[in-house]
Design a protein around this ligand. Structure first.
Ligand SMILES: C[S@@+](CC[C@H](N)C(=O)[O-])C[C@H]1O[C@@H](n2cnc3c(N)ncnc32)[C@H](O)[C@@H]1O
Length: 283
């Protein structure tokens, strides 16, 4: 069978179930199972699938058809050109969070920032991407989930990241130091809306990484309040937000002596990252 035929028949199975990412998914599955590169898809080679490969392909396709994301099937996800293991204890890293990383890196470079705090590290993708792409920086990452901390630690080590400290804690309450920059992608879904989330999210991402309380803003209240004492004067706090939360989150940070300096939109033109600077208190 030609590679293009395997790809076509796999894609058609996904199309029949209205899976929007049928092309990408089919290609990713075949690449993974047959250990092929993107280049291999340019030349249409003949492939003879072994029984084992055929069975594996059918199994993966049916798992995907049941709504399981590919990252959960294969247990890994690419983020900022790095590979991260994921499991039931951590959020599946989202492409939108790369915007948070890019903006943090801009600020780190322009202002020569050195010390970073991430609140809610999950798989460790954000802290790893920042440390991997900045020079002379060091970071502390916090999570309330012990399994998330273990996953993040293993991911940072596998990606050969140094200069980090991962701490089990309730946001920054356990810290007695200050940072140049704080980043966070906290849980921000309204508790009552979780049941309406897509199956691939509500059935697979841990509740603790999604649930932002009654109005979705609970974590921002704690983070803004703690940031006020965890950040140096003129330091920056960057938070990822839900598409309709900019106004609410801005008010919370303003009440904690922060000024909004930038509101960044994502690829769908929705508000995604807010950047705050801590106001210098006049003496
Ligand atoms: C939306 S996930 C983000 C994970 C990761 N930073 C990412 O972007 O993929 C939020 C993370 O915050 C953690 N978290 C929830 N409540 C927390 C708390 N009170 N203190 C510290 N971390 C918390 C969750 O365990 C989860 O890993």
């Amino acid at each position: 069978m030609l590679l293009s035929e395997i790809h076509k028949s796999t894609k058609e199975k996904f199309d029949a179930f209205n899976i929007q990412t049928s092309e990408i998914d089919s290609r990713a599955i075949i690449k993974k199972i047959l250990d092929l590169s993107d280049k291999d898809f340019i030349i249409d080679v003949k492939i003879s699938l072994s029984n084992k490969e055929s069975e594996y392909l059918s199994k993966v396709v049916s798992q995907r058809l049941s709504g399981k994301p590919l990252s959960r099937i294969f247990g890994s996800k690419e983020f900022f050109s790095m590979k991260f293991d994921i499991n039931e204890f951590v959020l599946d890293p989202r492409p939108e969070s790369e915007i948070l990383v890019e903006k943090a890196l801009d600020l780190i470079q322009k202002n020569n920032l050195k010390s970073i705090l991430e609140l809610g590290v999950g798989s460790g993708c954000i802290i790893a991407a920042i440390l991997n792409n900045s020079i002379g920086t060091k970071a502390v990452g916090i999570d309330i989930s012990e399994q998330a901390i273990m996953t993040a630690k293993s991911n940072l080590i596998k990606n050969e990241i140094k200069n980090f400290d991962l701490v089990l804690g309730d946001w920054g309450s356990c810290l007695d130091m200050t940072f140049d920059i704080i980043v966070s992608n906290p849980p921000y879904i309204k508790s009552n809306d979780i049941k309406y989330l897509a199956k691939n999210v509500k059935d697979h991402d841990p509740l603790i990484s999604l649930d932002g309380g009654n109005d979705g803003l609970d974590c921002y209240r704690v983070i803004a309040n703690q940031s006020a004492s965890l950040i140096k004067d003129k330091g920056y706090t960057l938070v990822e937000i839900g598409h309709d939360q900019a106004e609410g989150v801005e008010k919370i940070f303003e009440n904690n002596n922060f000024l909004l300096t930038n509101k960044v939109k994502d690829y769908s033109k929705l508000d995604r990252v807010l950047i705050f600077v801590k106001k210098k208190i006049k003496k």
